[in-house]
Design a protein around this ligand. Sequence first.
Ligand code: FAD
Length: 446
Amino acid sequence: MSNSLLDELSAAALRCPVITPDHQDYDRYRKVWNGVADRRPLAIVRPLDVEDVRKAVRAAAAAGVLLAVRGGGHSLPGLSTCDDGLVLDMSLLNSITIDRDARTVEVGGGALLGDLDRATVPEGYVVPAGVISHTGVAGLTLGGGMGWASRKYGLTIDSLLGAEIVTAAGDVIWVSATSDPELFWGIRGGGGNFGVVTRFKFKLHPLGRILVGQWNYPMENARQVLSALRGLVREQSRDFSASFTASQSGVNVTAVWSGDAARAQSVLAPFGALANGASGSVERLPYLSLQSRNDEDFAWSRRYYAKGGFWSDISDGAIEDIVEAIASAPTPGCEIYAIQLGGAICDVPDDATAYTGRSAGYYWLSEPVWDTIADDDRCIAWGRATAHALSDPSITGNYVNELGETGSNVARDAYGPAKYQRLARLKARLDPQNLFRLNQNIKPQE
Ligand SMILES: Cc1cc2nc3c(=O)[nH]c(=O)nc-3n(C[C@H](O)[C@H](O)[C@H](O)COP(=O)(O)OP(=O)(O)OC[C@H]3O[C@@H](n4cnc5c(N)ncnc54)[C@H](O)[C@@H]3O)c2cc1C
């Protein structure tokens, strides 16, 4: 099998080098963000253009090997790498081109959120995306994309105008609301199931002035903090966004205001008085700093697991579960995170895109972080048990991008039966052999 892939790649005459295990940089290029996903592909291809992508996709299909597509490499279960297959590392296709008149931006399929923000923010614009700057635009967008600007401007997919895709057949197509609307529906939440995105086109939104309040509360006051936070958050407009993280170092509350600057203090200051013992303040944090402030906490090569879900609100039961889970956390890096949703996310009907869960009030995550293999079992067990406790069975749907588990039921449960069937029909048209199966996989409908 290995000769066959290398023969196919060699016959394809790619412009870019093919990195095999004997290459001096093999270990560097085979790495992905999650240190748990330590895999050894047969070859890594780093395309320089769309032609390289087409040739690599065709080579993997012809050789019958696993194909992993990597944008930013942040897949929680390590779906952007594989053993004994081909990794298509898109990171060199990371160009960003702004059209000021049209207020749009084109983004290469290997760009990171930081690349995008560094291009648009100095121009006064933003595309709503995630909260860690080394995350890939591609994987994040294809699953949905949520972050600080989402309550104001929607999910990342709500700003998507079109995408250039290399299909399993090796064709290059442009997908938009008018050119294959069904596939455009599917790529807005359906993950990497339908092909390799080489270029996205997004609508730009005015950024405005951002004020940010950040506070840390002692864990012993968590009950009071979270129930007060819940009440205050309910009253806020879509110019406001909040998140919290609970860990052994306390409850961190972040509140972001992008509305009328004169109101900022009165909106944000109460989040610093949710309970006794707060340390922190309100400041005018540059957007780029806000977007990268937690980058180091989620550095490459540490060991991670995550499992999350939606809440309509923070229940009393969830608060108790959070307190208990943190008390039993196996490492200091184990945390529970939740970000407020709602606002513009709910302006789009749930069936308008493959993403499922638009009516939710929060997305929460149980996310253990650790550094040694010896801690794998207990940290993953804690992550799973905590997620089980925090799940609200009354809520349909989940966010495929934040699930550390894989398996045939993950996508089915995340999309619900009706959407899953629609996605499976689309998959049968675009990728009947399931070449793109290293993702939260949708099986082609037979
Ligand atoms: C530290 C961290 C912070 C995060 N924060 C947020 C957040 O704030 N908001 C949020 O919404 N999500 C967040 N996520 C989840 C994130 O959206 C997913 O992990 C996403 O898959 C990351 O995309 P990536 O390109 O970096 O991942 P990769 O691992 O490169 O790719 C993941 C999957 O996406 C597909 N894919 C990647 N590139 C392409 C491409 N060019 N064409 C086709 N398919 C492709 C493939 O199926 C691949 O398996 C975060 C994840 C991490 C690890």
